[in-house]
Design a protein around this ligand. Structure first.
Ligand code: KE4
Length: 430
């Protein structure tokens, strides 16, 4: 399989785009080699610039839950384009989209559309600060909420100490208002709250983490956070940019039964177009301009083409809940097969899995937080990634990411993935 055209494009790209990509993880830095440049996609397949095809398990980092170029979404976009592209004025489509989201996610009483998950989380934190009048936020190590300054914070050395900037350009002032705790560690959260009583505006987390690889909340963790927030007057924000509309039509909060005060959304909500959203309790969302004093705006927010794509996808998911039982079954089949392959090879790596999201960690210990995840052999993951790629299976190019399944995957695809998984594991441990 040649990737010559991709390599040529990457060389050109690096002259004009930082690192040759418009989002860092795409550069394959974590797995070695050069990135593959994609020419088209359909169903379960990506097609690169050299004519290679791949069964893929990223699905644009989550959005393509129905597979690529689903005819329903394609038709909605084609129809919408006939009416123009962008007006910068309110439209019927935005009203219909807001009504649909509110009907699918009961904890969301009002919602504001934005253009990315980052915009959604940045805005939600600002609103929580405006609503409570408090400055500090609590986030968790290994949780990613986009590239907003408040989130690019390395964990403090001790649990009760302030974070430090995790990127040049993020100021110490910003870092001082972000407190971090290990995921699944309620005691650490209580310590932070006790040390900052009356000054914590919100706790924001991925209710199922995709961004350190897949990590599930331990029993009682989400319930414990809900209790702390109720007692202390802290806004609980579920960042469901990844899990929203994927793990259930109402997001993971529908599965776990814990209700956040605010929810951030992205990815699936746009059907592949650039859309994010944040929403929650009416009393909180009515703080948002122009209803209230907390400012937030966006030229292309609620863009009619993006609303058409997102509404087509959400409507389908809302009317076909069998999508989720189907994806649970596909996920179970794949995970069982991967575990059987490892048993045959005498391997015992950890797989974390919820519904249509999973991660194969190259470590034998349980992975319940970022420190656990970092025991993974990332070099071996890189070899596995490349071995799967040359067998036509396209995975997320980092150990610290989740895979995403789509309804376009057939039993035949799953068998092909399992065959490649067995051969790749056998190759890298030889
Ligand atoms: P965007 O700004 O990339 O649309 O969303 C940021 C974001 C917020 N919250 C969660 C839970 C997320 O997973 C993300 C973005 N996810 C990454 C995947 N690790 C997107 C891939 C990328 O950065 O290119």
């Amino acid at each position: 399989m040649t990737t010559q055209t991709s390599e040529q494009l990457f060389q050109r790209a690096k002259d004009f785009i930082p690192g040759g990509v418009n989002s860092p993880v795409r550069a394959f830095r974590a797995v070695g080699g050069n990135p593959i440049f994609i020419k088209s996609a359909k169903g379960a397949y990506l097609y690169d610039e050299d004519g290679n095809s791949y069964i893929e398990l990223i699905n644009s980092w989550g959005p393509m839950i129905l597979g690529h170029a689903h005819e329903l979404v394609e038709k909605a976009v084609a129809d919408a384009i006939q009416s123009g592209f962008s007006y910068g004025a309110p439209t019927r489509r935005e009203v219909e989209m807001a009504e649909l989201i509110v009907s699918m996610v009961p904890s969301v009483e009002k919602v504001r559309m934005v253009n990315s998950g980052t915009e959604a989380t940045m805005s939600a934190v600002r609103v929580a600060r405006g609503y409570t009048g408090k400055d500090k936020i609590i986030k968790f190590e290994g949780n990613y909420h986009g590239h907003g300054d408040s989130f690019l914070i390395a964990a403090g050395s001790g649990v009760a100490t302030f974070g430090s900037p995790d990127s040049p350009g993020v100021t110490k002032g910003v870092a001082n208002d972000t407190l971090t705790a290990p995921y699944n560690d309620l005691a650490a959260v209580q310590t932070l709250v006790d040390a900052n009583r009356g000054n914590v505006a919100c706790i924001i987390l991925e209710p199922v983490v995709g961004n350190m690889g897949l990590v599930k909340p331990l029993d009682g963790f989400l319930e414990g956070l809900r209790a702390i927030c109720d007692k202390e007057g802290i806004v609980l924000i579920f960042d469901e940019v990844m899990t929203g509309f994927r793990l259930a039509k109402g997001g993971f909060q529908e599965r776990c039964g814990v209700t956040p005060d605010m929810t951030t959304m992205g990815k699936i909500i746009g059907g592949g177009m650039p859309v994010g959203a944040y929403g929650g309790k009416k009393e909180i969302m009515d703080c948002v301009s122009p209803a209230g004093p907390v400012y937030q705006a966006g030229t292309l927010s609620g863009n009619p083409i993006a609303m058409a794509a997102g509404k087509a996808m959400l409507t389908y998911l809302n009317e076909n809940s069998s999508v989720y039982t189907h994806l649970d079954r596909v996920g179970d089949t794949l995970i069982q097969g991967m575990k059987a392959n490892m048993t045959k090879l005498g391997l015992n790596y950890t797989i974390n899995h919820v519904g249509s999201m999973f991660t194969l960690f190259f470590t034998e210990q349980q992975v319940n937080n970022f420190e656990d995840a970092k025991t993974s052999n990332t070099e071996l993951f890189g070899k596995y990634f490349q071995a799967m790629l040359k067998r036509g299976i396209y995975l997320a190019p980092s150990q610290y990411e989740s895979m995403f399944l789509s309804t376009a995957l057939t039993d035949e695809h799953i068998q092909l993935i399992l065959e490649a998984n067995y051969e790749s594991l056998k190759e890298i441990i030889a």
